[in-house]
Design a protein. Structure first.
Length: 105
């Protein structure tokens, strides 16, 4: 399907419209938050990932960004948080990270 500029291009349920939803339903509308949570739950189950949730995916994404040195302000923006304290709650800290921090001194 050609893109004429009047509406965002879509491919396999995804849109290129940066201001719109990333994933679209078959009717080309946004998923509800509850439906997305259920969808991710099904995907995690099919992938054999026990105990995962939509929030564990967010926590993993945010933690990986932080562990790789991405600016906290950038992470906060990507996560859609208004307050840095919300973003900080998502970042997992482990023993190896603590060791690496101490070794910097």
């Amino acid at each position: 399907m050609a893109h004429n500029g009047s509406s965002p291009a879509t491919t396999a349920g995804c849109t290129t419209d940066r201001d719109g939803p990333l994933l679209l339903t078959q009717k080309r509308t946004a998923f509800s938050p509850n439906t997305l949570c259920q969808l991710f739950g099904q995907l995690y189950k099919q992938a054999g990932i026990d105990g995962a949730s939509s929030h564990s995916g967010r926590r993993s994404f945010i933690s990986k960004l932080a562990h790789n040195g991405v600016s906290p302000k950038v992470i906060m923006t990507l996560a859609g948080h208004k307050h840095m304290t919300t973003t900080q709650r998502y970042i997992d800290v482990n023993d190896e990270m603590l060791r690496q921090a101490v070794n910097l001194v």
